[in-house]
Design a protein around this ligand. Sequence first.
Ligand SMILES: [Fe+2]
Length: 242
Amino acid sequence: MTDFFTMHPGETAAPVPPGPVLSAGSTGIRRVHRFLLWAYGEAPDLVRSAAPGDTSRAAYVGEVLGNFDKVLLIHQEGQDLFMYPQLAERAPASASHVEQMLDHHKRIRQLIQGIEPVRKRWMQTADAENREVLAKGYEGVQAVLKEHLRREVTEVMPAVDRVITEEELKAMVQHGVRQHDKKFLVTYLGMVLATNPPEDRREIFSEEIPAPARLGYRLIGRRMYRKQYATLFPGRAIPETL
Ligand SMILES: [Fe+2]
């Protein structure tokens, strides 16, 4: 199977500045992107899985989707603050790529913000009309996101790896971690592990996750992840994590 993160004909990467590789940003970002691809691939049908009038399922699904949206917007905000301005300054030849990626971010943000009131209304009413508007809205997000998640990895990350340090990347990750509550983060870890290949899974767990969070995942996160998956997708086998 071809790697999802592969350039399409006619696409070109930003020129890679000379010098050593300073960080493993490409690897980390692929891992988050795999989660986002999965999440927004499922979103439209998840919305449609709540029968009209089933307000308890609409409220549950809507809350999970709201968490996905929060992860996505905070992830983008971190890049807007900690990655793209630095890339543009340190690798000026990547300017047009930076502009394009920031434009994708803006379009995605507008789409998510546009459907937020619909999601909130539907969570209370579970009505068929809002359900379809929301499902279509998530299809729109998915379309832009699918292109963005691929092209960010193939076109800009090779340059980012040469101009952004490990410390700077850590600050970007922390910016995100600080904005989520710990209970959510351990469930999120389950989703990230489940959507990444086994070798990445082991590395994420042993190298990216601090010891207290690993413990939290073992004590409650794994169980919460499994319960959430089983509720979202009744009858489906729960993907392996760790
Ligand atoms: Fe991005």
